[in-house]
Design a protein around this ligand. Structure first.
Ligand SMILES: Cc1ncc(COP(=O)(O)O)c(C=O)c1O
Length: 357
């Protein structure tokens, strides 16, 4: 007699696999595949984490209350409008868990952050991917038009991963005016610190007028804490209360809380990192453009090279030179910037390719 095995929920089999950096035979000299910060956390952060570890037998504060309090000051919002979690991606899952009816739609741009369809299917929803405009930016008109009576959530990624495009406050306000007030709009601002001045804006200023808007932010990029897994969201009290209902009681490890709180007190460190990234982004844009490659003007800590079918060959060549990038085969490749010497290494690899060396 055969016994049926436990079966995952319908939809789980449709979940795409989160991609990995290309494997290769040469040692990795530059890890430019994961949009991480190139610099290690500061000594003050390391000391705070060490001290939190010494008290690691105790649970951290309920709901990460100490981090929430520090963020309330940093963001200029009441603590009741903030929730923290083990990375902003985790918070996206909790938002969907709280606001998405089974089988209902989540509208997002495509290509955008590859985790979005994973999160939507994980939470029992139906992904509704809206193609990017020809210039690789969000097609906000098409996204507004894609909303129907089954749409519960919209995710916007600004700047967009992997294309690096960004929209400004006016475009967002015009979009929000077209979204029904019962539809949750998640603005993923993972790369907000790197946004060029011409399009940068403070999205918290839109929250009062648009209570269906929620902001997702992370310590993984400009705060150089990707390995500590800390993110936060800012939204209405009602949204935060609904997320709090499904969040685990201790959503961030004590070490993560200590790292994040300490890094909030070191704006100079973050500003230096951002300056390095922006300068390197400009240098790398010049290197790639000089080599005749198409480069989308980028607002994140990365650049997008929409090479289509030729992307794989270039990714392979860079990998041979010890540089890992993120390849989306048939579409393009994304290269993280901010590591000293990477632009020269890329220039050398490209020149070697030209000469056939
Ligand atoms: C657009 C976007 N959102 C969220 C994340 C994940 O952030 P976290 O490390 O806070 O989970 C990433 C990571 O690369 C990202 O690119």
């Amino acid at each position: 007699m055969t016994h049926p095995s436990p079966q995952p929920r319908t939809g789980i089999a449709r979940i795409p696999v989160y991609s990995a950096a290309l494997p290769g035979t040469t040692p990795v000299l530059f890890r430019a595949s994961s949009n991480e910060a190139a610099t290690a956390p500061s000594e003050a952060v390391v000391a705070a984490v060490t001290s939190a570890t010494r008290a690691g037998n105790r649970y951290p504060a309920l709901h990460g209350a100490d981090l929430v309090a520090a963020l309330a000051v940093a963001v200029g919002q009441p603590a009741s409008r903030i929730a923290v979690g083990d990375g902003s991606l985790s918070l996206l899952n909790y938002l969907l868990l709280a606001f998405l009816e089974p089988g209902h739609k989540v509208v997002y741009a495509w290509r955008s952050y590859e985790a979005y369809p994973i999160c939507v299917l994980t939470c029992g929803g139906e992904p509704a991917a809206v193609p990017l405009a020809a210039d690789h930016s969000h097609d906000l008109d098409a996204m507004a038009a894609a909303i129907d009576e089954n749409t519960d959530v919209i995710i916007l990624c600004n700047p967009n991963n992997p294309t690096g495009t960004a929209f400004g406050a006016d475009a967002l306000a015009a979009f929000l005016a077209r979204v029904p007030s019962h539809v949750l709009v998640v603005l993923d601002e993972a790369y907000r610190d790197f946004t060029g001045a011409a399009v940068a804006f403070e999205a918290t200023e839109l929250l009062e007028q648009h209570p269906n808007l929620v902001l997702l932010r992370t310590f993984s990029k400009a705060y150089a804490l990707a390995g500590m897994r800390v993110g936060y969201l800012v939204g209405s009290e009602e949204i935060v209360a609904a997320v709090a209902a499904v969040l685990p009681p201790f959503p961030v490890a004590a070490a993560g809380v200590a790292a994040a709180v300490t890094s909030l007190g070191e704006p100079v460190v973050r500003e230096a990192l951002v300056r390095t990234v922006v300068a390197d982004r400009e240098r790398m844009t010049r290197v790639l453009t000089a080599a005749g490659l198409p480069v989308v003007p980028g607002h994140g800590n990365f650049l997008w090279i929409p090479l289509g079918d030729e992307a794989a060959e270039l990714a392979g060549r860079l990998r041979q030179a010890g540089i890992t990038v993120r390849l989306f085969a048939g579409e393009g490749l994304r290269i993280t910037v901010g590591e000293p010497g990477l632009d020269q290494a890329v220039a050398l690899a490209l020149a070697a390719g030209e000469t056939g060396a």
